[in-house]
Design a protein around this ligand. Structure first.
Ligand code: BGC
Length: 753
């Protein structure tokens, strides 16, 4: 039998089309009837050809229906050959899911997700995912392992680079944009790829930011903070979810029936499928939850993991079913969910990928443009004393370009760049030269071989270049390998001798600008006062160089905002803007200089608030912070009504004026607080944002619709609630804005009166 026994739709198209794929149910049922138990289990297994050429390593498994998906095959001809074996040489001819980590671009690399998050721009995030899907699908990849929606409040964690930051609302909005970008309007289109929201759930909360470490998240926090972005992706039609490696409240996520059954299936009615993470099923035994692979397979399958990634403990499922430990209904449910996505992808009608070389060329041009725009909008101007930036090319004759990351086409790409092509990457020094040509003399001195170098022998020549030039631009940060999976750091200062390099260059007595390329927030306290300006570029991807040049020379104004809080010192972590107030919140009196504490000071003389004696209680840079080359003034904050009934809405408006001299974008942010509630609530929560472009002198009223649903939280009785009473609302250009007002949420009784 082959797949052409399956009835084709007359127009040959498959797709979500809003019906969540139910028109495939009959075809899935008829397939299930024909499948042996082993063939069903095969669909639940994802093969990887690490040990040799894929058709050789995986061919027999494909022929006998032993695997239904593959990972990490990205050569189009090889993928087509694997599909051919599956479709023509296996008994039932079921096509393959072909998975790959397409995380931030494919050959053309977009900024790391954390950088994209700083754009606060769902449109550019959607475009970036679309471009990545177009490039990846041309090789036969039809399933990506993105977006990662793990709330990340710990910059030590290497995977913060892959996250969309610390905030649930921002993460959800941008993750939805990514899902839309990858999956397109119709999953069956040849350039659409299935998305996978990961890692369900709580992975970002690993203790001390050590990757894979245990997580402890109380259910209330899980519900209010960690789960909402997953729910948003599901509402947006995300095809699959991936489990987390970590254990949560004592139960590894990969065997967590509470998450995978109760929340995902019973409460959320999710119909896509769940894949384990790489080897996370056998690792249940390492965790100490199960004694062996067989036990691990049972624990994962019983909890609701539909597909095993890379390892093969699910081979035990047949025996587990035959011995009555696992029901065949559980297997059928998993296989149904997997087949449904294969139908939605249109694979039963067109399993092969055409040679689309011509199309690929158009794609590349567009991808470059998107990568450049995304990089430009993602960079955050943290500091700009005396408006040292933008550089005025009329008045500057020479620039010293110094530092290990000024000309590092590979390093600027960041983590997860299996397919990224460093030859397509334009470095900062290349971008600057291309922009200014001969009009400005560029003295380029790398000064350090890598970001980790401790060798300072080239610092003298760097200082000489700085002395001879009108200004120095230091390209600092972290190499690509210092962030990403399993690449956590305990010390997040600039590595190597970089801080010393900054101090040396300072001695030139000329203005110093730092451009920092990194996969995480770094602690910058030891350099912040030695530089006049800081442009935080993250790992900006292929077009990082042109974007940096445009921003330095004022072709574009910086407009990125921090999607994550920048601590002053590691000891402040976790530090995030939407913290709880606590009973003794710190304030301006909570500042102590440890050196100034009198000997034998009385115990209570330093104040009794929540702060550290040896650092300020605030972060170095707050969530939402980001400067511009122009000035924006916020005024006339108002609500359309003083009260709002449950189920109703009101509008919050503000007048935003560009009072500076140049056109620029501003990201307007709206924060809410429920100051008295039956559970303690965060001091502020982002509930809206808009990127607005204003010409000099232009004023625009920016309005946010606020529905009472946006005031809800997960309450003590384990359900979403809204509590009538006073709410505070603030609007501004960062989480520290003080422009606020209030409104009342009326109870049903008050509304009736
Ligand atoms: C990561 C996943 C990734 C998978 C496949 C794992 O180690 O945690 O995020 O998608 O590998 O490469």
């Amino acid at each position: 039998m082959s797949s052409n026994l399956i009835e084709k739709k007359p127009d040959g198209r498959e797709g979500r089309d809003g019906d969540r794929g139910h028109h495939h149910d009959q075809r899935i049922a008829s397939l299930l009837e024909q499948m042996s138990l082993e063939e069903k289990i095969g669909q639940m297994m994802l093969g990887q050809p690490d040990e040799g050429p894929a058709p050789e390593v995986l061919g027999d498994l494909l022929r006998n229906g032993g695997i239904g998906s593959v990972i990490n095959v990205i050569d189009r001809d090889t993928v087509n050959e694997l599909q051919r074996i599956a479709v023509e040489e296996s008994r039932l001819g079921i096509p393959l899911l072909v998975g790959r980590d397409v995380i931030h671009g494919f050959q053309t690399v977009m900024p790391i997700p954390l950088g994209q998050a700083a754009s606060f721009n769902p449109d550019i995030v959607r475009d970036a995912a679309r471009a990545a899907a177009e490039e990846a699908s041309a090789t036969g990849v039809n399933w990506t392992y993105a977006p990662m929606v793990d709330i990340s409040r710990d910059p030590r964690w290497g995977r913060i680079a892959e996250s969309l930051g610390e905030d649930p609302f921002l993460t959800a909005e941008l993750a939805v944009a990514m899902v839309e970008g990858f999956q397109g309007k119709n999953l069956a289109a040849p350039d659409a790829i299935a998305a996978c929201a990961k890692h369900f759930a709580g992975y970002g909360a690993s203790e001390s930011g050590r990757d894979y470490a245990t997580t402890n998240i109380p259910e209330n926090e899980l519900r209010n903070v960690y789960l909402p972005p997953f729910k948003s992706c599901i509402d947006a039609g995300v095809a699959s979810l991936m489990t987390s490696f970590s254990d949560i409240d004592g139960l590894p996520a990969t065997a967590n029936g509470f998450l995978l059954k109760q929340v995902l299936r019973e409460e959320w009615d999710y119909e896509g499928f769940v894949v384990s993470d790489w080897a996370s099923i056998p690792e249940l035994t390492t965790h100490g939850l199960t004694a062996d692979d067989r036990g691990a397979a049972l624990a994962a399958a019983a909890a609701g993991v539909d597909m095993e990634m890379a390892t093969d403990t699910y081979r035990h499922l047949a025996d587990l079913v035959n011995s009555g430990k696992l029901s065949v209904e559980a297997i059928d449910a998993a296989v149904t969910r997997i087949l449904r996505i294969k139908f939605q992808l249109g694979l039963f009608d067109q399993p092969y990928t055409d040679a689309r070389d011509e199309r690929a060329k158009d794609v590349r041009g567009r991808a470059f443009e998107i990568a450049r725009k995304a990089a430009t909008q993602s960079m955050v101007l943290l500091k700009n004393d005396d408006e040292v930036l933008p550089l005025d090319s009329e008045r500057i004759a020479s620039v010293a370009v110094i530092g290990p990351l000024a000309d590092a086409p590979y390093e600027q790409l960041g983590t997860w760049i299996f397919d990224g092509d460093p030859d397509l990457s334009v470095s900062a020094v290349q971008g600057i030269r291309a922009l200014v040509g001969d009009s400005i003399q560029i003295r380029h001195v790398p000064a350090m071989e890598t970001s980790r170098s401790r060798d300072t022998s080239a610092f003298d020549s760097a200082l000489a270049a700085a002395r001879e030039s009108d200004i120095s631009i230091l390209f600092l940060g972290e190499e690509s390998i210092l962030s990403g999976e399993a690449h956590s750091r305990a010390d997040i200062d600039l590595p190597g001798a970089q801080a010393e390099l900054v101090r040396r260059i300072r001695q030139a007595g000329k203005p110093v600008v730092a451009v920092i390329l990194a996969g995480r927030p770094l602690t910058l306290s030891n350099i912040v006062d030695d530089v006049d300006a800081i442009l935080y570029a993250w790992h900006p991807g292929s077009m990082g160089g042109p974007a940096i040049a445009d921003l330095l020379f004022g072709i574009e104004s910086p407009s990125g905002k921090l999607p994550v809080t920048f601590p002053r010192v590691v000891g402040q972590i976790p530090i995030y803007y939407n913290q709880k107030r606590g009973g003794k919140p710190p304030g301006p009196d909570s500042i102590v200089h440890i050196d100034d504490i009198p000997v034998r000071a009385p115990q209570t003389s330093l104040g009794m608030t929540a702060f550290h004696l040896d650092t300020h209680y605030t972060p170095l840079f707050a969530f939402g912070h980001g400067l511009s080359y122009t000035r924006f003034e916020y005024d006339n904050l108002r609500t359309s009504a003083a009260t709002i009934p449950i189920g109703g809405s009101l509008t919050v408006s503000v007048d935003l004026k560009n009072t500076g001299r140049i056109a620029a974008d501003e990201v307007v942010q709206l924060y809410l607080c429920d100051p008295v509630a039956s559970l303690t609530r965060p001091v502020r929560e982002l509930k809206g944002f808009k990127r607005v472009h204003l010409e000099p002198g232009q004023m625009q009223t920016v309005a946010f619709d606020l529905h009472s649903d946006m005031l809800k939280f997960w309450g003590r009785n384990n359900e979403w609630i809204v509590e009538p009473g006073l709410f505070q609302v603030w609007v501004g250009g960062s989480s520290e804005t003080s422009l606020g007002t209030e409104f009342q949420l009326l109870s049903d009784r008050e509304s009736d009166d």
